[in-house]
Design a protein around this ligand. Structure first.
Ligand code: C2G
Length: 438
């Protein structure tokens, strides 16, 4: 029996895929198809895959061409599979010509002619593109423009900014600069807001009332009530309202959460996060340390321990009525948490999750997470995890936003409750509630 193996993402299965599978099948008597896992695709830069792994497996199964279907999870798995399944022929489309010659050491390698004129990415981009309007004054806006180029289905409709001093000239030349927010709204399907936090509520509300989807840099607003009102309004109108904290959309961070929730380090006793950067990412006179870094530092605390802490204490160092350094300690029923944020001081920007069986250490800058370690008393049991993170993770949050708009399912990685509690803390901070000064 001649066994053949081939691999692919098989997203939005089309006749190009089917023709490949038919010819692969014809090479032998038994065809194994390796369908790529979501995480593996993301690691190898395929971030726009629309269908889940199960949907893609089902589609390949429905062709009736595969005698066996396996999942491709990691780089180098092909060699393991060829040996494990005693494969005679590896085949793949000739868009990969030469890339798999190394497999000749294990089996025959056959490149089959690719079917011209059709591809999953063409199908994806033919679907209605979301025109995304940008509002705000921060240089992060330049990153969003750059990252949007990697996302099928999103195109930037233009920019509205109170001042453009932090927007690259190249972007000002390439994208329409609208003279009003109304004009931006009229020319967009969705809005990405990265303006001063005190404007967020009005800007989000106006976008939702104009039936636009919204992604907004945390905090969504500076009060819990306003945040809850906005999420309710979005829900009522069938719109997507996403909180943008890019860490939440990175593969590594989501794998870390799964490991913690699965009990990998036992019960979590403490979560300690530090974020500092002396050069303020965002305009010096708009954001304080806590407004700039608080939502990011709060994310793992609220997502791993919840938002029902029993008490908190805030200590800040303030200069020219901007906090240059803020430390917050939380007490929960059976755990504690702390955060240190500063744009007027420098510290080790790591994240440590303390558990009863071990702990997770994420080195600085933990918020651009691509690597973390699970550490135990017996160091030989330590485990290291690495997940590709391109462009600081902003493209992944844009992909999640586009997918949510398309599927009308709010798959936000940051649940509304967390967004509301972040806003609540921001409110306490602004009102200096539970705050002591140093
Ligand atoms: N294909 C084709 N004609 C097309 C599109 C795709 O013959 N118009 C072939 C590809 O060459 C590949 C298979 O169909 O052999 C699946 O294509 P994709 O789902 O795009 O997956 P890809 O990332 O190309 O898979 O490690 C090998 C890769 O996983 C190959």
């Amino acid at each position: 029996m001649v066994k053949v193996i081939t691999y692919g993402t098989y997203d939005l299965l089309h006749y190009g895929h089917i023709r490949l599978l038919e010819r692969a099948k014809a090479l032998g008597d038994y065809l194994i198809v390796g369908v790529t896992a979501d995480g593996f695709d993301q690691t190898r830069g395929k971030i726009n895959v629309h269908q889940s792994l199960m949907e893609r497996i089902e589609a390949v199964k429905a062709t009736g061409l595969a005698d066996e279907i396996i999942v491709e999870e990691y780089e180098g798995q092909k060699i393991d599979d060829i040996i494990k399944y005693d494969v005679d022929i590896f085949t793949v489309g000739d868009d990969w010509q030469g890339k798999f010659d190394y497999l000749n050491e294990y089996c025959k390698v056959v490149y089959l002619e690719r079917t011209e004129g059709i591809s999953s990415s063409e199908i994806r981009s033919k679907e209605r593109e979301i025109s995304l309007g940008l509002i705000g004054e921060s240089q992060v806006l330049n990153k969003i423009i750059n990252e949007s180029k990697f996302v099928n289905g999103i195109k930037i409709s233009g920019i509205y900014a109170l001042n453009t001093k932090r927007i690259n000239q190249e972007n000002l030349d390439s994208y329409k600069l609208y003279s009003s927010y109304d004009e931006l709204l009229n020319n967009s399907d969705a809005i990405y807001i990265i303006s001063r936090p005190k404007y967020h509520y009005e800007q989000i509300k106006k976008a939702l009332l104009n039936n636009k989807h919204v992604m907004c840099e945390a905090p969504i607003s500076t009060s819990k009530e306003e945040t809850e009102e906005l999420f309710a309004l979005a829900k009522e109108r069938g719109l997507i309202l996403f909180t943008a904290i890019k860490t939440a959309y990175s593969t590594a961070y989501n794998r870390l959460k799964v490991l913690v929730k699965s009990g990998k380090i036992g019960k979590v006793i403490s979560v300690d996060a530090t974020c500092t950067s002396l050069e303020s990412r965002i305009d010096e006179n708009t954001w304080s340390s806590f407004l700039e870094w608080g939502p990011t530092a709060l994310l793992p605390i609220f997502q791993l321990l919840g938002t029902d802490y029993l008490s908190k204490s805030i200590i800040s160092h303030i200069e020219n009525d901007r906090d240059k350094f803020t430390k917050i300690d939380f007490r929960y029923e059976t755990s504690v948490a702390s955060l240190k944020v500063a744009n007027g001081a420098k510290s080790e920007g790591d994240l440590v999750i303390t558990g009863t069986k071990g702990y997770i250490y994420v080195p600085a800058p933990w918020w651009k997470m691509d690597y973390f370690e699970v550490r135990y008393e017996n160091q030989s049991s330590n485990q290291r995890y690495f997940y590709q993170l391109d462009g600081e993770g902003i493209r992944y949050e844009l992909v999640a936003f586009a997918k949510a708009i398309e599927t009308k399912k709010n798959t936000a990685c940051i649940i509304d409750l967390v967004s509301s509690e972040i806003a609540n803390l921001v409110n306490d901070f602004i009102k200096q509630k539970d705050v002591k000064l140093i």
